[in-house]
Design a protein around this ligand. Structure first.
Ligand code: G1P
Length: 290
């Protein structure tokens, strides 16, 4: 079995109802943070972590994502005709190579666990990553790359972890920790979206996972969990004790781009980081008294 993580799953079947009407005719993953769609940040992060195969679990109305990762002949011709060779080279260099991208359709929104399970035949018998584009992480070293270091050291399953306010535990998968070495927790238990009173900690799983293929066997049971959905958290929980399982408190700032305020904050944070926009945006903000 391959021990390197070569493949990543991007579940992009969600409806994006929180961003209506913007997402009526456009996938929420195509909403831009500054000038890049959310999904592109996730793909770039995966690529920087060494991922070579990108598997999208899509649904109806997601064709714009496929187009985004394809040639746009009209656009390329126009750029060429106008002598915009730098822009053209940048567009082409960034495109995934033929065969590096695959799409599988989740016919019904039955939960994150079900979405991941839909990609089982494309993963086969090797460890793989899952990235949720809604969770955007600004970090010096991309979050998934940080996790690869833990995977190389420890093997088994690794999830990204972050402390959240105690009253927010019902929004996340929550980790029961079996003790930590530095930023790396041994995971003793996992529970999906517990009420604050039932939560084993305030250490939440955010949308980056390195998983062993045995998780598919657990997803196969199609057990219904929190919110009436097939939960990835429940399947992962059943691997604990059988395989190494770690939660890594990553370096970086996470933005919940599935939420309007988080999405706006991400736009400011990413723009402020940029040399071409940061100084001018600071002036704009100052004019608003920020
Ligand atoms: C999903 C997972 C949850 C995780 C969260 C991170 O929930 O089910 O365990 O903590 O992503 O963003 P969702 O946000 O899709 O409801």
């Amino acid at each position: 079995m391959a021990t390197r993580v070569r493949k990543a799953i991007f579940p992009v079947g969600g409806l994006g109802t929180r961003f209506l009407p913007a997402t009526k005719a456009m996938p929420k993953e195509m909403l831009p943070i500054v000038d890049r769609p959310l999904i592109q940040y996730a793909v770039d992060e995966a690529r920087e972590a060494g991922i070579e195969e990108f598997i999208f679990v899509t649904g109806r109305g997601k064709a714009a994502i496929e187009d985004h990762f394809d040639h746009s002949f009209e656009l390329e011709q126009t750029l060429e005709a106008r002598g915009k060779s730098d822009e053209l080279a940048a567009l082409r260099a960034w495109l995934p190579k033929p065969g590096q991208i695959a799409y599988v359709r989740q016919q019904e929104p039955m939960g994150l666990g079900h979405a991941v399970w839909c990609a089982r035949h494309l993963i086969g018998d090797e460890p793989f990553a899952v990235l949720l584009a809604d969770d955007l992480i600004l970090a010096d070293t991309p979050c998934l790359k940080q996790m690869m270091t833990v995977f190389d050291d420890q093997g088994g399953n690794v999830v990204a972890a972050m402390e959240v306010p105690h009253e927010h535990t019902s929004r996340y998968g929550i980790i029961e920790t079996g003790g930590a070495e530095g930023e790396v927790h041994a995971v003793k238990g996992l529970v999906e979206k517990p009420a604050p009173d039932d939560a084993p900690s305030n250490l939440a799983v955010v949308g980056r996972y390195i998983l062993m293929p045995e998780v598919f066997g657990e997803l196969e049971r199609q057990d219904i969990g929190a919110g009436g959905e097939i939960q990835l958290t429940d399947a992962m929980a059943r691997l604990i004790g059988r395989q190494p399982f770690h939660g890594q408190v990553f370096e970086g700032q996470r933005f919940d781009c599935g939420d309007k305020l988080g999405f706006l904050e991400a736009n400011f944070a990413f723009a402020l980081e940029r040399e071409d926009l940061g100084p001018a945006l600071r002036q704009v903000l100052a004019a608003y008294g920020v």
